[in-house]
Each structure stands twice: as structure tokens, then as C-alpha cells.
Design a protein around this ligand. Structure first.
Ligand SMILES: CC1=C(CCC(=O)O)c2cc3nc(cc4[nH]c(cc5[nH]c(cc1n2)c(C)c5CCC(=O)O)c(CCC(=O)O)c4C)C(CCC(=O)O)=C3C
Ligand SMILES: [Fe+2]
Length: 458
């Protein structure tokens, strides 16, 4: 792994921190390492290891994510744990300019080899009672691709694109990258940031919508990482708003649907023979009901999670092909059959189609072509479509689309500026989501409330 090919680092000490701890010596330097421009920390570590006579032969590989936090730290009088002063009182939107030392790009994480698969799945499902058979079942998806999820490389590419976009936009902040479920872990990113002198961070989850899995779980994992590193009292972390309706996040989907509809028409499919399926991750209906800020909106049964997806899908269709039929469908369901999850499943929806000859699958719930897209859509759903004799296309995810990268830069800029809410980018009538999560937001009713940052209690 390299930082950025040398083009964007500029030699700043805090610019070379996408550290893979797997390949680091087991004893980490406790002070900020002195970096040489163009040389990554990993390369330096390897040099140091080669020079040291008593260096361990094999670097330690870390399989377990940080332990669950037992508490959070709140400054005197603050309502929000580990927040910067501008966010401590818990405003819906922070309109006070804030100086951050760094940005924390927070990914899901994914295995990078066959040996990683099961420990990775244990991290993902920790404390959730997912049976081993299900873990084995899911592991097949990863094993099929050599035990490697593409997600880490996609986040490395995003990180690289963001660093370049920061330079171009004059945002002079280093970006640290850490994952919830695999190396480089969130606590490793925080440790490195602290060693580099960082005290305030703005966190970006690689996840656009509101739900336990896509919002609160990130907030809990940041709390875990702060406690595990002992940085609870000295590091402040805010989060950007969920960005499902930021125009730059939506733009790649608009372009994808536009192109796919044009292609379907070109292949001879009439508008009333085309169906657009907006696909997102299913979640338990009990989670869905508590997603978003359920007490502040009148969402349907699927809560804010479903309501946000519907609003974005509606916008995409209005922009592209208002006369074409569409629906929101779900994928990647897990958990026991007795537990209700959001439906319909994409494969069932395809089977139920009548009078259609073409289907366009839009991965609206995902930011990159990771395993849920590669397997559940490109392997399974496209096969279902083929079995039913349908012409089918899967449109792109945002990935490193310049509009998406610019959206992430804009989300950082609006917080640095303390931009008023009516000047923020948003394409749906829901309006720019909350900077600080509302009480009870995205509750997991089975697990209860756990220590979390970036939101009002509980
Ligand atoms: C809403 C949502 C997103 C989108 C938001 C976001 O992007 O964050 C998402 C993303 C992802 N989910 C992913 C992988 C997995 N999700 C699982 C399990 C679950 N996801 C859930 C929901 C979501 N998941 C839920 C309610 C569960 C069951 C309960 C639990 O266990 O929490 C399991 C365990 C096995 C299984 O149950 O299937 C795995 C392996 C990967 C990585 C892919 C890769 O490696 O390329 C990514 C990006
Ligand atoms: Fe998932």
C-alpha cells in the first residue's frame, strides 16, 4: 500500500497515515514518527524492522476490533460526548465555524485474504447472535473472490481522491482512514492521529442514510475506539450529516439511470416495459421503525431509512425518466427467518414483474462496488433477471465519482464554515440531515443504547 503515489502528500507529517498495522512491527512508536516525503510509514517501518536486530520475524496480525466502550466522556455542561465546543450543546445544525485538525474517513472494513474472512465476520456480528452457519454461508461470498473484499481498495482510492480534492479546494486538513471491522481499525487511525498532534476530528462514515447499521453503529464504534485508545478526554470527534440527499452523492445515480434508460430504449424496450429497481440493504423492520429521527417526522412503516431512500429515488426518476415505473427493493437480508426485515427482496421483486422486458438495478444504498453489490446484485440479482428473460443493467455506485468526492469535501467545508442550513446542498424536501443526531436516533431496540458519540442522549 502506498500513501498517494507521492503526488499529494507534500511531506506533511500528518499526510502519510493510511498505516497497515498488519505490516508494522508489533511495537509501535509512541511518539509521532518522523516521516520522509514520499516514504510511507509502512516503508519506514519495514526499513526500521530490517535495521533492528531484535525485530520480530513476523509482524502481528490483528483479528479483533476494539472492545465495546463502557462509558463516554462529556465536558462539563456538554450534552454531546467527545464533541467540539460548537457541537457540545447538540444543535441540529452547527452554525458556528469550527477548526478541525483532521478528517476521519470511517469505512466498514473487509477481509483481504482467506485467513481474514472468519475473524472479520466475527467482528461484524459481535454480540448479535448470528449463528455460525450463517457466517459460513456469508464466508462463501468472500471465498469466491479469494477471501478479498474490494472495499478496502475502494476506500484507498476514495482517500486518494479526497486528498487531491482537499488540495484543490484549499481544505488544508489531513485525512485519516480507519475501519469498523478490519484493519486499519478505527482505534489505529485515532492513535496515529493523536501521535501526530491531532485533537479535533470531523468524521465521515462511508454510509449515506439513517439506520442503526448505517449511522448509530458508526457512532458507537467511534466511542469504542476513543475508549480503547484512552483518548476519550483529549480527542474531540464530530460527524458530518448523513448525506443521502447531497446533490453530489445523488449525481452518479442520476447519470447511471439516465444512461441505462437510454440504453434500454436503444435496445428496443418501450418505456412501459422498463422497471427501475432501487436496491438497498435490508434491515430488521424493528430497526427501520426507529431509524432517522422517528419522533420528528411522519415516516411510513420503514422509518427514516425507507423514507430517505424513497425521497432520493423519487428525485432520481424525476430528473431522468419520470414516466418509467420504479420501486424500492431490498437485498442482503440475514438474521433468523422469524425476524421481519424490510421487503420485497430484489429477487422476489424481479420474479413478480409483469409486462416488463427490461430491468435497471440502481444500488442506491451503497457508496462503492463492495461485496454486497458484487455478490448480491451482480451475481444473484442479475442472474435472476437473466433466468426470467429480462434485459438487465446494474448502474454504478458513487465510488470515486468527482461529484461524490466533491460532496464529501463540501460536507467538511460546511462544518468548517458553520454554514447556515438553508445554504446547504440537499435535493429532497427532507432537507439537510442533522449534524448532531437527535435523541434516540437510529435505536437498535434489540441491543439497547450503548455508549455513542456525535448525538444527543440516549
Ligand atoms: C444498512 C447496511 C449497510 C449500508 C450502510 C453501510 O455501508 O454501512 C451495510 C453495509 C455493509 N455490510 C457489509 C457486510 C456485512 N453486513 C452484515 C450484516 C448486516 N448488515 C446490515 C445492514 C447494513 N450493512 C445488517 C442489519 C446486518 C445484520 C446485523 C449485523 O450483523 O450487524 C454482515 C454479517 C453477515 C450477514 O449477516 O450477512 C456482513 C459480512 C459490508 C462490507 C461489504 C464488503 O466486505 O465488501 C458493507 C459495506
Ligand atoms: Fe451489512
Amino acid at each position: 500500500m502506498s500513501c498517494c503515489g507521492g503526488g499529494c502528500c507534500g511531506g506533511g507529517a500528518a499526510d502519510t497515515q493510511d498505516v497497515s498495522i498488519e505490516s508494522m512491527p508489533s511495537v509501535m512508536p509512541s511518539v509521532a514518527p518522523i516521516t520522509t516525503p514520499g516514504v510511507t510509514l509502512q516503508e519506514q517501518a519495514m526499513q526500521q524492522q530490517a535495521q533492528a536486530t531484535d525485530a520480530p520475524a513476523a509482524p502481528e496480525r490483528r483479528e479483533v476490533k476494539p472492545a465495546a466502550a463502557t462509558s463516554v466522556h462529556r465536558e462539563p455542561g456538554a450534552a454531546v460526548a467527545s464533541a467540539t465546543p460548537a457541537a457540545q450543546a447538540g444543535p441540529a445544525h452547527v452554525t458556528e465555524p469550527t477548526r478541525y485538525d483532521a478528517v476521519l474517513l470511517s469505512g466498514f472494513g473487509g477481509p483481504e485474504g482467506q485467513d481474514d474472512v472468519i475473524p472479520f465476520l466475527r467482528n461484524v456480528t459481535r454480540g448479535r447472535g448470528i449463528p455460525d452457519e450463517r457466517l459460513e454461508e456469508v464466508s462463501h461470498h468472500y471465498r469466491h473472490f479469494g477471501g478479498v473484499s474490494p472495499i478496502n481498495d475502494q476506500n484507498r482510492a476514495l482517500l486518494d481522491a479526497m486528498r487531491k480534492a482537499f488540495v484543490a479546494a484549499g481544505v488544508d486538513l489531513p485525512i485519516y482512514w480507519g475501519n469498523r471491522n478490519w484493519a486499519p481499525y478505527l482505534d489505529e487511525a485515532l492513535e496515529q492521529a493523536a501521535a501526530d498532534g491531532v485533537r479535533t476530528m470531523l468524521a465521515i462514515p462511508t454510509s449515506a442514510y439513517s439506520s442503526y447499521s448505517s449511522c448509530r453503529q458508526y457512532r458507537e464504534d467511534w466511542a469504542d475506539a476513543l475508549e480503547a485508545t484512552g483518548l476519550q478526554g483529549s480527542m474531540q470527534i464530530d460527524k458530518v450529516r448523513q448525506f443521502f440527499d447531497h446533490p453530489g452523492f445523488v449525481q452518479p445515480f442520476v447519470e447511471g439511470v439516465e444512461a441505462a434508460v437510454a440504453e434500454a430504449r436503444g435496445a428496443g424496450h418501450a418505456d412501459d416495459a422498463i422497471e427501475v429497481l432501487f436496491a438497498t440493504h435490508s434491515i430488521p423492520t424493528a430497526d427501520a421503525e426507529r431509524s432517522g429521527a422517528p419522533d420528528l417526522f411522519s415516516w411510513g412503516e420503514g422509518g427514516g431509512y425507507e423514507g430517505q431512500h424513497l425521497a432520493v429515488a423519487e428525485h432520481v426518476m424525476q430528473q431522468t425518466a419520470p414516466e418509467v415505473a420504479w420501486q424500492l427493493v431490498y437485498q442482503s437480508r440475514s438474521g433468523p427467518p422469524s425476524q421481519p426485515w424490510l421487503e420485497p427482496d430484489i429477487n422476489d421483486a424481479i420474479e413478480a414483474l409483469e409486462g416488463r422486458t427490461a430491468v435497471i438495478i440502481v444500488p442506491l444504498g451503497f457508496v462503492s462496488d463492495h461485496m454486497e453489490v458484487m455478490w448480491d446484485l451482480d451475481e444473484e440479482a442479475l442472474e435472476t433477471a437473466e433466468e426470467h428473460g429480462l434485459w438487465a443493467r446494474r448502474t454504478p455506485t458513487p465510488g470515486t465519482h468527482p461529484a461524490y468526492v466533491s460532496a464529501l469535501v463540501d460536507l467538511v467545508q460546511e462544518r468548517i464554515e458553520g454554514r447556515p442550513v438553508d445554504e446547504r446542498g440537499s435535493v429532497t424536501s427532507i432537507g439537510p440531515w442533522f449534524d448532531v443526531c437527535r435523541p434516540g436516533c437510529c435505536e437498535n431496540p434489540r441491543l439497547g443504547f450503548k455508549p455513542a458519540i456525535a448525538g444527543l442522549e440516549p
